[in-house]
Design a protein around this ligand. Sequence first.
Ligand code: NAP
Length: 488
Amino acid sequence: MKLCVSITEKNLEDALVVARNILSKSPDLIEIRFDLMDSLPQRLDVFKEITIPKIATLRSAHHGGKFKGTDDEKLKFMIKAARSGFELLDIESDSNLMAKLGDAVGNAKIICSTHDFNGTPDASSIIELLVRNAARSDIAKVAFQVNSIRDLSSIVDGAEGFKETGNEFVIIGMGELGALTRILASKLGCAFTYVAVEPGKEAAPGQLDIDTMKFLGDDPVITGITGFPLSHTISPLLHNAVFRALKIPGRYLTFPAKEDELEDLINLVIDLGIRGFNVTIPHKENIIPYVDKMDSSALQTGAVNTVLNKDGTLVGYNTDLYGVEITFKKNGVEPFGKEVLIIGAGGAARACCAYLLDKGAKVYVVNRTRERAEALVKDFRKEIELLDMAEIEQRKFDVIINCTPLGMKGFPDTMLVDTKIFSQGQFVFDTIYNPPKTKFLEIAERRGAIISSGLGMLVAQAEKAFEIWTGVTPPHEIMMAAAQEALT
Ligand code: NAP
């Protein structure tokens, strides 16, 4: 992928120094953002010593820049830039400059650009915009704020549709969710993509720096996580720490998707060759109709937390199962013959049931919605006893596990069960890892229970998922250190 470094310095001298220095990193183009300078420089020919193609940009405020002058001033500046050796001029699609530039800019190529910092239109509107911009210039450029998976999907479909015209173009998804369009710009068919000189010097939201983009290359391993909301997740920090430490060109991204966006996500995964993704609350069961095959771990639990894209075939796995096993082993708790209460009946509860039933524990389940718990019992076709909230207090359990998000960051900090159920010597496991000690665990500990948060489970399930996607076993200490750092 061709990389264009955006230079955002406040004056000509600094911009020239940065342009000279960045050449050691072999960018393909540079863009000078003149609108970000304190004042418009008089002499532009100083950039002639930079021999790679240079783009002159004077971005107006309504396109996300800082230029407040008139179209006439802009016209004069662009003519000067062309005469000073700038090979490309960025002209905004809604200005009337295009018609006026004419022969005055000589051989300089025109990039006709459109920016929308609010959102992304549908794919057919994107194609229309690109066609309109291409008709008036050498390179059509469009950039949209990506607010959802559907927006991302529109960008990919728009690029796919426009590619057939054979015109040069650049399409960018701005914001955190748009990172995929920058990383996979070559797959989208872009002539080049914009990068920052270094982290912190981004010219637009979501722009990555040149070192990161060079490291990722043209065909990086892309993985990520879907769920909704995703504000609580620290999984990107764990996986990206391992990609970095093992020098594997790869990136773990977030794909927040509502249930009706899962199909869009699946199309993106297939179209862009995304290697796989984790699935978290509330989609561990919702995702099942979208996978082509279920591995034995997914069949055993009836829930999928990891999807592998194996050359276009989607395989569902459940690495939470491994996470539960590791948690019990690390805490020295042998499930055989134990009376275990599971609170919740979603994906995490299913992983716990599968492990515990396999190990010969007596399992009880209580859930807010009884029908969901009934479906869980039916699926396991084994001796799971369903309890009502009122029944719980009358019983004694050796192990209690919270498999609901109650107490998790961003969710209500209430408890579904009475604290009287905790007792001395019990093993109490909260699958939540953020915060590291929930109110549920705090009270259990005060009552003498041995406690465990979901951190060990999180790291173990992440290690297994990384291995499924890359074939590489990640060093445990790296993921654990990243998780602990994220939670402090
Ligand atoms: P899920 O499949 O969506 O299931 C959520 C469960 O929580 C359901 O039983 C649901 O009950 C219950 N629930 C949700 N909101 C509730 C509320 N306000 N009051 C009472 N019950 C509520 O989610 P999941 O994937 O199993 O995740 C559940 C929890 O486990 C999350 O906190 C997640 O972070 C944690 N987890 C941790 C790890 C780890 O590695 N540490 C792995 C997996 C999950 P209804 O049926 O009534 O909706």
